[in-house]
Design a protein around this ligand. Structure first.
Ligand code: DC
Length: 229
């Protein structure tokens, strides 16, 4: 089997990371969550007074970018990939609704994207990776051997995010989450730098009515077709 790069892009909360993680585990590839990197930058801004009253101090963030290093490591017990911001585990801090509310604006800044894309390309150098995000197949790895573009209805996605937050012990408001999903779709698709769009050579996967097992099976088939060539 040849080692390839697998790019999984799509709308927020459509289960990209669940399927990307499951695929990576079943074919023994490394998994990278590029959304977690943008979330970590947004969290850094919140912690360091770079975001205040919903406004981003872009000049302060531009200067800070060289001090922001994001890495991933497997949790010893669960083996799940965990996000580290400058060496500190921020995996649960970056999943809050507050971070979700700021992250699209942070991700729309060209200098933030340039810095993170550089780190992402480094992660894919040796191939054998699955990376999920919004621009992985279009910008980060335009030559990825397998590209998937995932979608599902906004309501299905809001319900999934709601269930995820409940499972983490919060008490979320479904309507607030749905509004956030719709707003982020709009921001992600209309931003000037690297907007969310399907690469011409990406396979489309609408998983509104698919089980996780069904998706994994479909993904493994696509992977084998290419890696066995
Ligand atoms: O997939 P997610 O919801 O964790 O992503 C968080 C945010 O980061 C989302 O608003 C889109 C943005 N993002 C991006 O612009 N480019 C990526 N490659 C990944 C995420």
């Amino acid at each position: 089997m040849k080692k390839i790069v697998i790019a999984i892009d799509g709308f927020s909360s459509c289960g990209k990371s669940t399927m990307a993680k499951a695929l990576a585990r079943s074919i023994n590839y490394l998994y990278f969550d590029s959304g977690a990197m943008y979330r970590a930058v947004a969290f850094y801004c919140m912690q360091n007074g770079i975001i205040a009253n919903g406004e981003i101090d872009t000049e302060k963030l531009r200067t800070a970018m060289s001090d922001i290093k994001i890495t991933f490591a497997a949790d010893e017990e669960t083996k799940n990939s965990v996000t580290y911001l400058n060496g500190v585990n921020v995996e649960s801090e970056i999943r809050t609704l507050e971070v979700s509310q700021h992250v699209s604006r942070v991700a729309a800044l060209d200098f933030v994207r340039a810095a993170l894309i550089e780190q992402q390309r480094e992660m894919g150098k040796a191939k054998g990776i699955v990376m999920d995000g919004r621009d992985i197949g279009t910008t980060v790895f335009p030559d990825a051997e397998l590209k998937i573009f995932v979608t599902a209805s906004a309501e299905v996605r809001a319900r999934r995010r709601y269930d995820e937050l409940v499972a983490r012990g919060s008490n979320p408001d479904y309507q607030e989450i749905l509004a956030n999903v719709i707003e982020r779709d709009h921001l992600d698709q209309t931003r000037e730098v690297s907007p969310l769009r399907k690469a011409d050579d990406a396979l489309l996967l609408d998983n509104s009515n698919m089980t996780i097992e069904g998706q994994l099976q479909w993904l493994c088939e696509q992977y084998k077709k290419i890696a066995e060539q």
